[in-house]
Design a protein around this ligand. Structure first.
Ligand SMILES: NC(=O)c1ccc[n+]([C@@H]2O[C@H](COP(=O)([O-])OP(=O)(O)OC[C@H]3O[C@@H](n4cnc5c(N)ncnc54)[C@H](OP(=O)(O)O)[C@@H]3O)[C@@H](O)[C@H]2O)c1
Length: 258
């Protein structure tokens, strides 16, 4: 299989770090981003390098279009193409309905929803690049994929997380389906995962009562691990998922989504 290149946002911890490591183990070179936690991203990079991946790390603030453009310029200069983009970086304030300030609403929407749109669109030239000379019989040389890390909150609505978070993740699902339809003719596949509760910095904010209530709602009986989500993301990114686009994959321990 030819060398493949993946960009994973929010790879300093949690699901993003596990996804970067999974993709590195699968033979990708990986570009990791962090927003604040450079040490975490450096640790992820070490694990990826130990798995044999050429690894790069950049700071990215998804709310800032200049930061997105700078990242895309860096990737263009270094790699000139991308096979996989994982839109994972995001924020999740736990906020009661009456306490949501509009500034925080904007921050959440700008990071999770607008950031996914802005980076995906800016990365399109990289996803389109490098296929002209590729052997069309080799899907690994021509398949391109975007995987968006949405959330069960975007399907069910918020209860403990904020309404702004649920709205941003619902928007990510609409962005996923729109990009999938628009880009299908170019064979750029776009899918989403919708994790339920997963052990990470985000769910570490829960108090004991919140954690117990959530746990009791999960048929499989416990929170997922970041690696559980990473495996599904890597499967959707894999060229063997060639007929999967516009899909939403639940990774939620069996919670039924109607
Ligand atoms: N854990 C769950 O139960 C769960 C469930 C459903 C969906 N998700 C989604 O999974 C994704 C990863 O979350 P996680 O659970 O792994 O939590 P996490 O460990 O807190 O990871 C969040 C990542 O997003 C990055 N980030 C934060 N603000 C950013 C910004 N403005 N620009 C770019 N990146 C930014 C963080 O970077 P820094 O650390 O450098 O700030 C970090 O790498 C999120 O999109 C989250 O909504 C999580």
């Amino acid at each position: 299989m030819p060398r493949r290149f993946a960009l994973i946002t929010g790879a300093s911890s949690g699901i993003g770090a596990a996804t970067a490591h999974r993709l590195a183990q699968d033979g990708y070179d990986v570009w990791l981003t962090f927003a604040h936690d450079e040490a975490g991203a450096t640790t992820t990079a070490k694990h990826c390098a130990a798995a044999g991946a050429a690894t790069r790390v950049s700071r990215l603030d998804l709310r800032d279009t200049a930061s997105v453009d700078a990242l895309v310029a860096e990737v263009t200069a270094a790699w000139g193409r991308l096979d996989v983009l994982v839109n994972n970086g995001g924020v999740c304030p736990y906020r009661a309905l009456d306490d949501i300030e509009l500034d925080e609403w904007d921050q959440v929407m700008e990071t999770n929803a607008r950031g996914t749109f802005v980076l995906s669109r800016a990365a399109l030239p990289l996803l389109r690049a490098g296929r002209e000379d590729a052997e069309h019989a080799d899907p690994a040389a021509t398949d391109r994929a975007i995987v968006n890390v949405a959330s069960i909150a975007g399907q069910q609505g918020a209860l403990r997380t904020g309404v702004h978070y649920a709205a941003s993740k619902g928007a990510m699902l609409a962005i996923t389906r729109s990009f999938a339809r628009i880009l299908a003719g170019e064979r750029i596949r776009v899918n989403a995962v919708t994790p339920g509760p997963v052990t990470s910095n985000i769910t570490d904010q829960l108090d004991d009562a919140g954690r117990a209530a959530l746990t009791s709602s999960i048929p499989l009986g416990d929170f997922g691990a970041p690696e559980d989500v990473a495996w599904v993301i890597a499967s959707l990114a894999d060229p063997r998922a060639a007929f999967v686009t516009g899909a939403t994959y639940d990774v939620n321990g069996g919670v039924r989504i109607d």
